[in-house]
Design a protein around this ligand. Structure first.
Ligand SMILES: Nc1ncnc2c1ncn2[C@@H]1O[C@H](COP(=O)(O)OP(=O)(O)O)[C@@H](O)[C@H]1O
Ligand SMILES: [Mg+2]
Length: 254
């Protein structure tokens, strides 16, 4: 059985996609069998992977049960992915009105669950039906946040959704940690957030990854060049930080 990890935050631009891709990248370079599932209608991870999202089977076909997930997997130079799909946007109401709507992904994942070691799920920036599907299918979740006040104050909302999922549909779901992304220690606000976060976590019952992901230009260069960060810039700050985060995560999962 794969360890299934959802990257969630109701905000956009906080590093969900970047973290999904780079955590997958680190695990792939540890010789693990890794699958990324793109549940975001904006399908940024799919674009970075260079996967096709028109014509072939996508996550939409997996959610509807029309395609076996193994048949929807695309093998790219980055790694394996089930592509996101714009149609998720116009079909959201259809999915929302289904009975058992939050269990569609979990129900249909069997073949890939048996084959892969890790399945990472990238999600849209809202608490809608696709995020619920990821959290319901997941063993654990990671909550990326960026360094602004609102990101920290917005945590209580996403934690509320996660606890709702735990109480109602997935009692085994764990919070692997809140992950500070694009951290710049030259910035006083960033330093302040990095300092108060563990304390806030203690008070409100959520774990925080010890290593923030430092801001670094190589992240964007790798993304726009559609190249693996671990291969192109293995010693850049973000590559080192993602490796430390995966290490901490794997220790926690054991
Ligand atoms: N460590 C980092 N250093 C520099 N830029 C980053 C870093 N992490 C993320 N970014 C940039 O921040 C932006 C938002 O990240 P993204 O992962 O797309 O967020 P989300 O998926 O939550 O919307 C992207 O342009 C991404 O390249
Ligand atoms: Mg994204």
């Amino acid at each position: 059985m794969a360890v299934k990890i959802a990257l969630v935050n109701k905000k956009g631009g906080v590093g969900k996609t970047t973290s999904a891709i780079n955590i997958a990248d680190v695990l792939i370079h540890k010789k693990k069998k890794v699958l990324l599932i793109d549940l975001d209608p904006q399908h940024n991870a799919t674009k970075t992977y260079g996967a096709v999202y028109e014509g072939g089977a996508t996550v939409y076909d997996v959610l509807t049960g029309e395609s076996d997930p193994m048949e929807a997997v695309q093998h790219t130079s980055f790694g394996d992915i089930i592509a996101g799909d714009e149609i998720l946007s116009s079909e959201e109401t259809m999915f929302q009105n289904k009975i058992g709507r939050e269990k569609l992904l979990k129900k249909n994942l069997k073949s890939v669950d048996e084959y892969y070691d890790f399945i990472l799920m990238d999600t849209p920036p809202n608490t809608g039906v696709y995020m619920l599907n990821a959290l319901t299918a997941a063993d654990g979740c990671i909550i990326p946040i960026n360094c602004d006040d609102y990101a920290v104050s917005g945590l209580s909302q996403i934690l509320g959704v996660i606890h709702d999922v735990i109480d109602n549909v997935n009692e085994n779901l764990r919070i692997y940690g809140v992950l500070l992304v694009a951290y710049d220690k030259r910035n006083a606000l960033d330093r302040n957030i990095n300092e108060i976060l563990p304390e806030q976590g203690k008070q409100n019952g959520f774990p925080v990854f010890k290593t923030p992901i430092r801001t670094c230009v190589e992240v964007k260069a790798a993304k726009s060049g559609k190249r693996s960060l671990i291969e192109t810039s293995p010693k850049c700050n973000a590559a080192l930080d993602y490796q430390a985060v995966v290490k901490q995560m794997l220790r926690g999962i054991k």
